[in-house]
Design a protein around this ligand. Structure first.
Ligand SMILES: Nc1ncnc2c1ncn2[C@@H]1O[C@H](COP(=O)(O)OP(=O)(O)OP(=O)(O)O)[C@@H](O)[C@H]1O
Ligand SMILES: [Mg+2]
Length: 418
């Protein structure tokens, strides 16, 4: 039966019941937050059952724990936190499974299993939940780093006393491989919040009501960092055809949510090109800051190389191995290399030493060999990269301050003097 006929059937049933002498009720159950089509929604009121709040979860868990005699705990908060974002039925089922699969009946192992259940449940609707992100450190990006340290302050209760509103989030724009995804993970680590990533392709396929449902789940997990990778993909359809209803609705839902948000959800969205984004999203009141994460400057390249060198060659953990002169050589050779390319150079140098069964000591020579055989993205795709950079410069703030280190390029005048 097609949907029009179902609608007209339901309308007929509605009027039959309405005119009946006995009290009859028409109840339509829906699971997927499906919005009723307009002819029905004007007749039939919707009652929406939201996810349980912290106090409601506490009650549900207290009740359930009574049935498990062996467990006496005065503090159920870790179970409550593990359940945040689940429905009542999911909590009941998850707790039961957690009990059955726990070898030791103690609150920590049960909470761990319950969290595992939640992670799997979230994954089934394309949300990736990471309890405690363990992102590696990033090199450079000092301005972004100090912004995040301030965000941490703005989430403290003292900030509420001072009437400072909750931070909303930031957009990270920049060419591929400059460390945006890495920074998003590091932000969750710095804030000590869990990280939930939304699969943008799934949102495009599921539409606005699906996004609403996901946002509700995410908000229930607050405090949390919500991460959108390839953020522009959400709006790709509305850009190409100009009039894509699905994309407009997704945009509308997201804008309203961002504007009204009063929960401890910090949104980090990353993308390559700012012009792929509807201008409404970059207007004041949506994201707090828009950062341009560009090619690392000399001192940043050194920091990034050091971080990755230390992964393989322990000598770099304690400090510098290369001389200043050697650094100058490798830093000059890597102008316009992204963080990802620097990481790859180091990895390949380590791999080569390993294959040759040599001591894991990466020096200038090994790095230069790898640099020689690499063609950086900037060289392969200069026009596109410059377009990204030029556009972003007007709208974004830089994620790194100007390099003033001894490795910064010498500023020469037109005549070549200093
Ligand atoms: N600033 C940095 N410090 C340390 N490592 C870095 C940095 N930038 C990039 N890297 C290395 O490059 C890898 C890839 O970076 P990442 O995935 O964060 O890039 P991206 O900007 O998200 O790229 P894309 O736009 O393609 O998604 C990282 O896992 C890391 O190893
Ligand atoms: Mg990325």
């Amino acid at each position: 039966m097609d949907s029009d006929r179902i609608i007209s059937h339901l309308i007929n049933i509605y009027f039959e019941i309405k005119n009946a002498t006995k009290l009859k009720l028409l109840i339509i159950l829906s699971t997927n937050n499906v919005e009723l089509p307009q002819p029905l929604s004007s007749l039939i009121p919707s009652i929406y059952t939201s996810l349980p709040s912290y106090d409601e979860i506490a009650e549900i868990i207290d009740e359930l724990l009574l049935t498990y005699q062996n467990l006496n705990s005065l503090d159920n908060s870790i179970l409550i936190n593990a359940s945040a974002g689940l429905t009542k039925e999911e909590i009941c089922l998850g707790l039961k499974l957690a009990f059955n699969s726990s070898q030791m009946i103690n609150i920590h192992s049960i909470a761990e299993n319950l969290l595992e259940y939640k992670i799997n449940r979230f994954r089934s609707f394309n949300l990736n939940f990471v309890g405690l992100p363990n992102a590696p450190d990033f090199g450079g990006l000092d301005l972004l780093n100090s912004y995040i340290e301030n965000v941490k302050y703005d989430f403290l209760p003292q900030a509420r006393d001072a009437n400072i509103p909750f931070p909303k989030g930031c957009l990270l724009v920049g060419p591929p491989g400059t460390g945006k995804t890495l920074a998003a993970n590091a932000i969750a680590k710095i804030l000590t919040f869990p990280l939930v990533s939304i699969d943008t392709a799934a949102v495009v396929a599921g539409g606005a009501s699906y996004l609403k449902q996901l946002l509700e789940r995410v908000e229930a997990c607050a405090p949390v960092v919500l991460y959108f990778d390839e953020f522009d993909k959400l709006f790709a359809a509305s850009n190409e055809s100009g009039e894509d209803i699905g994309s407009r609705q997704i945009l509308g839902t997201l804008l309203t949510w961002l504007q009204d948000k009063t929960s401890m959800v910090f949104v980090v969205a990353t993308l390559n090109r700012l012009d792929a984004l509807p201008p409404e999203l970059t207007r004041v009141g949506r994201f707090d800051e828009i950062f341009y994460v560009g090619f690392p400057q000399a001192i940043e390249r050194k920091q990034i190389l050091m971080l990755h060198l230390a992964r393989f060659d322990a000598r770099y953990e304690d400090g510098d191995v290369l001389t200043e002169k050697e650094w100058r050589i490798i830093l000059n050779q890597t102008v316009n290399c992204t963080g990802a390319e620097l990481a790859r150079m180091v990895e390949k140098a380590a791999r080569t030493l390993f294959h040759q069964n040599r001591e894991m000591e990466i020096g200038l020579q090994e790095l230069l060999e790898q640099r020689e055989i690499m063609v950086p993205l900037y060289v392969r795709d200069t026009d596109r990269i410059l377009a990204i950079e030029n556009r972003a410069k007007y709208i974004c703030q830089p994620a790194s301050s100007t390099d003033t280190s001894e490795f910064a390029p010498v500023i020469t005048s037109f005549w070549g003097e200093r």
